[in-house]
Write a protein that binds this ligand. Structure first.
Ligand SMILES: *Cc1c(COP(=O)(O)O)cnc(C)c1O
Length: 375
């Protein structure tokens, strides 16, 4: 067996111990003679699996009693609409901080549903390479919205805006459980699972109970499946949940607990990210694209010295050639999925919880060698 170091932005690598456990239980889960994939979600064997997953989210994230933990489908992208349909009810107005693609998509979806979107701050002026500082948000807003870790741009909030009584909504898809987070500061948190928690297919939603409207009070035309109440009233079992994904999620949460919980993940993630950023900051061949003070521990985009910003054909061709060469040679060395997002260019290393320090060291070793050969 030969496993690679997978730097994909998502779906992304999972802890090997978890994959091994899943493999061992694949054909016969705990003497049931079935795989978890094949089980009824209402069976005696399955119920403890989803109950344990919820209990582990509550424990590891220290979720207060007055919050519901939901498992829904449709990915992070469906939350862009659900947030507006369930929370945008009184003023039909919301504040968004624009920090890149995912925040923009969320704002666009709210607008489409008739919400007046106020973009109260943006980092567009520098291609979203930093997080704007917004200390306080006030106004007639039903909610304020942030994307806490910007997967594509590689930025992360190092503060939580004070919104007073305005519920704060945060997309934590690419940083959930990578660090401790004070859930009580938020009205709603959501995370598509495929970056830090599980395979694709489930989205974790943590919502303060008093923010969940009756389905008939949601924006007109809100489908039953898009009302949070539908899921909160039914223990995330209104319809068939993504059973197997939730099972893997539970295993990943136990793995996180064994490795020190959210604090343990932060230590591990800081060590990896520091190793990579320190290398980038010292290099005269590579540089990080994000500003200090806004850098993600999870997603690290970087460029080479051939990315000069010049837009003449020869410069662009040279840049593309060196990026393609990097990605290709890295893959041949067992370091895969390093191609950058087209909006940033260059390369991007996503180093989620499951990525090891050994993986990051292997990447840096490769980068040193590549820099020498292409200087
Ligand atoms: C990946 C991602 C999304 C989109 O998630 P899907 O599950 O593909 O819909 C949304 N927000 C952030 C921050 C992401 O990283």
């Amino acid at each position: 067996m030969s496993r690679v170091y997978n730097f994909s932005a998502g779906p992304s690598c999972l802890p090997e111990e978890v994959l091994n456990e899943c493999a061992a239980e694949m054909l016969d889960y705990k003497g049931t003679g079935q795989s978890v994939m094949e089980m009824s979600h209402r069976s005696k064997a399955y119920e403890p699996i989803i109950e344990d997953a919820e209990a582990m989210v509550r424990k590891l994230m220290n979720v207060p009693e007055n919050y519901k933990v939901l498992f829904v489908q449709g990915g992070g992208s469906t939350q862009f609409a659900m947030v507006a349909e369930n929370l945008g009810l009184t003023f039909k107005k919301a504040a968004y901080i624009e920090t890149g693609v995912w925040a923009k998509k969320a704002a666009a979806e709210a607008k489409k549903l008739g919400i007046a979107v106020d973009v109260i701050a943006s980092s567009k002026d520098k291609n979203y390479s930093y997080i704007p500082r917004v200390e306080k948000i006030t106004g007639d807003y039903d909610y304020a919205y942030i994307c806490y870790n910007n997967t594509i741009m590689g930025t992360h909030y190092e503060y939580i805006p004070d919104t007073g009584n305005i519920p704060l909504v945060a997309d934590i898809s690419s940083c959930v459980l990578s660090e401790p987070l004070d859930v009580s500061k938020f009205g709603l948190l959501f995370a598509g699972a495929q970056k830090n928690l599980a395979p694709a297919g489930v989205t974790l939603v943590i919502i303060r109970e008093d923010l969940i409207p009756e389905p008939e009070n949601c924006l007109p035309g809100t489908p039953t499946m898009l009302a949070y109440k539908t899921h909160s009233e039914n223990g995330s079992m209104y319809n068939t949940p993504p059973c197997y994904t939730i099972y893997v999620l539970g295993k990943v949460l136990h793995w996180i607990e064994k490795n020190g919980g959210a604090e343990g993940m932060l230590r591990r993630n800081k060590e990896k990210a520091d190793y990579l950023y320190n290398f980038l900051d010292k290099s005269d061949f590579y540089h990080a694209t994000t500003e200090k003070g806004s850098r993600s521990l999870m997603n690290v985009p970087f460029l080479t010295k051939y990315s000069t910003g010049a837009s003449d054909e020869a410069s662009l061709a040279k840049e593309k050639e060196i990026n393609d060469k990097f990605v290709k040679e890295a893959a041949a060395a067992g370091l895969v999925n390093l191609k950058g997002h087209r909006l940033v260019g260059g390369m991007r290393a996503s180093i989620y919880n499951a990525m090891t320090l050994d993986g990051v060291k292997a990447l840096v070793t490769f980068m040193e060698k590549f820099a020498k050969e292409n200087a």
